[in-house]
Design a protein around this ligand. Structure first.
Ligand SMILES: Nc1ncnc2c1ncn2[C@@H]1O[C@H](COP(=O)(O)OP(=O)(O)OP(=O)(O)O)[C@@H](O)[C@H]1O
Ligand SMILES: [Mg+2]
Length: 240
């Protein structure tokens, strides 16, 4: 299997001293669909911010065999598409077109290539025709699709999505799961929603207090009730 991303002995403390990651080791392969789960504050969002160099800690993070550094940062950012939990952190342009075109323009595509990339990305997320709309006046589900289009427009090798189903209604959630299922990219999905994880991911990595505490096949992890309860992912059996 081709290795896409490798994290070795990664630790990270925020500037205020909060130790968010402790000695993380993780390898992601081409074609993986991986869920990153764990209780609030486990370090999931902090970890994925390392995947395209938004933050850098102690240890190594390599993409396609190259350690992420200042020289290849721009290249890595176009190859690793990171979708934040809150689409308002990702959408800042007056029109949907401008937001989806931002990455390709930044990468130096010419006008025809930019137009082509935007058209294809909007098609993929089922949002063709929204080019002239203001991203700020869309529904949350629509905003999430546009946020994903802003990274798909660069045809990344790896798609990383933080909490794709939060604030979606049940139908919206299942529509979104169907939509994600049909995206053929290698995916890392951060979620508390085990239904979503079960239908989208082959592999689950469990984090707690800044460490990886389990890494295995979805079917194995989800059938381990003890483990799910231990790491706050399922409710303990109630005593009658
Ligand atoms: N900007 C920051 N400055 C200081 N500490 C932070 C900052 N962001 C996060 N933390 C701390 O780092 C730890 C990990 O936070 P992180 O946001 O990565 O957790 P998470 O697993 O994504 O949680 P959630 O499920 O709530 O999104 C927590 O203890 C959190 O309080
Ligand atoms: Mg988070």
């Amino acid at each position: 299997m081709e290795e896409l991303l490798r994290v070795e002995n990664l630790s990270y403390a925020y500037p205020d001293g909060q130790q968010a990651l402790k000695d993380i080791n993780l390898t992601v392969y081409k074609g993986d669909s991986l869920a990153l789960v764990g209780p609030n504050g486990a370090g999931k969002s902090t970890l994925i911010l390392h995947f395209n160099g938004i933050i850098r800690g102690d240890g190594n993070v390599s993409f396609l065999g190259q350690p992420i550094d200042d020289k290849n940062l721009k290249q890595v950012r176009s190859r690793v598409g990171l979708v934040f939990q809150n689409p308002d952190d990702q959408l800042f342009s007056p029109t949907v077109f401008d937001d989806v075109a931002f990455g390709p323009i930044n990468m130096g595509y010419d006008e025809a290539q930019v137009n082509d990339a935007v058209t294809k990305a909007l098609e993929l997320v089922g949002m063709s025709g929204f080019e002239k709309r203001s991203p700020h006046h869309l529904s949350i589900g629509e905003k999430k699709r546009i946020a994903i289009a802003t990274v798909l427009s660069m045809s990344p090798d790896l798609l990383v999505i933080d909490e794709p189903s939060s604030s979606l209604d049940p139908k919206g959630k299942w529509d979104f799961i169907d939509f994600l299922k049909h995206l053929s990219w290698t995916k890392i999905i951060v979620s508390h929603d085990l239904e979503l994880v079960e239908s989208l991911c082959k592999r689950i990595v469990v984090m707690q207090k800044g460490s990886i505490v389990a890494d295995g096949l979805t079917a194995d992890i989800l059938s381990d009730k003890k483990l799910l309860v231990k790491y706050g992912l399922a409710r303990p059996e109630r005593q009658l």
